[in-house]
Design a protein around this ligand. Structure first.
Ligand code: PMP
Length: 307
């Protein structure tokens, strides 16, 4: 197995040497933006496929722009660095890649300006996050999703994730798998690390960006499959909590969670309480796409190892 490698301060170095100092601004104040990219291992092809790395890099750049942070690499360079790092690490299992732009100055004082920014990238093996077969039992969190007027919700800001972490821990300590967060208006926003989709009368319904969701790449993938392959209508509108109780199906989408059916919300079974047929179909197609099995979707995957 190759030595675990990170990209840090402009070069590929052994992971064990990639360390930041305790005064680093990003560590003290959460002043960083990040991404999560999955590499999915295809056992029969002995190939590792990164899923939509370019879209993740584009979102990283948008997060950095919103937070007035400097990213001194082009998208092409970042996509290549990501690919090269995955190759150097040589994993033959599912992985998770974490790009980050962070305030690297060792300085005290709350602000975004007059500080240096740097970029880093690391990779770690990463199996299932939620049980995609059985589905997830969810609770509505007592923690509200932050509003765009507090911390930009469409940016993946590191410090923002304290909000999500509180919700996830509350859910798990109460015996649930995942939290569903309402926004400050009381509408469904999203999971602690997933977007939410509801199926009602055969229509796919999901909250609009204005409900303070992170505009998910997996969500966009699933909506596109639902529309093109399953011919299902898509509606983007605010969703009430009680609508989830009577939906035919609910599912969560995210880089970590893939496509996970939600089988229960606040102890109310969703539909039959088992993963529904549309969720299963979407999940099935999604897994084929991310493991490079579908010819029509090759543009969305980046095979790491030479064929
Ligand atoms: N919402 C939040 C809060 C997330 O952290 C994530 C994971 N990045 C998502 C939604 C899903 O986004 P994506 O499908 O792009 O991973």
């Amino acid at each position: 197995m190759p030595t675990p490698t990170a990209f840090f301060q402009g070069e590929f170095i052994p992971m064990e040497n990639a360390k930041i100092g305790i005064m680093t601004h990003a560590f003290n104040y959460g002043t960083a933006v990040f991404e999560g990219i999955r590499g999915n291992w295809n056992h029969s092809q002995e190939q590792l496929y990164l899923f939509r790395p370019r879209e993740h890099i584009e979102r990283l750049r948008q997060s950095a722009k919103i937070m007035r942070m400097q990213l001194n690499y082009s998208d092409d360079e970042l996509v290549k660095i990501t690919h090269d790092l995955a190759l150097k690490n040589g994993y033959t299992e599912d992985i998770y890649i974490r790009p980050m732009v962070y305030k690297s100055s060792e300085a005290v004082g709350v602000r975004m300006h007059d500080l240096e920014d740097d970029f880093l990238l690391f990779v770690t093996p990463f199996g299932a996050y939620l049980d995609t077969e059985i589905g997830a039992r969810c609770m509505t969190s007592s923690w509200r999703r932050i509003d765009d007027t507090m911390i930009p919700a469409r940016a993946k800001v590191n410090g923002l994730y304290v909000n999500n972490a509180m919700a996830k821990t509350e859910a798990q300590l109460n015996g649930f798998d995942e939290a569903i967060m309402l926004n400050v208006d009381g509408h469904i926003s999203e999971g602690s690390g997933e977007n939410i989709v509801m199926i009602k009368g055969g229509t796919i319904i999901t909250p609009p960006p204005q409900d303070n969701i992170l505009e998910g790449i997996t969500l966009e993938t699933v909506l596109s499959v639902a529309q093109k392959d399953l011919n299902l209508p898509i509606v983007r509108r605010s969703i009430d909590r009680s609508e989830l109780y009577i939906a035919e199906e609910v599912l969560m989408t995210g880089t970590a969670a893939h496509v996970t059916p939600v089988t229960e919300v606040d102890r109310v079974p969703v539909g039959s309480g088992k993963p529904g047929p549309i969720s299963k179909k979407l999940q099935d197609t999604y897994f084929q796409i991310v493991t490079g099995e579908l010819a029509d979707y090759q543009d969305w995957v980046d095979p790491i190892y030479p064929k």
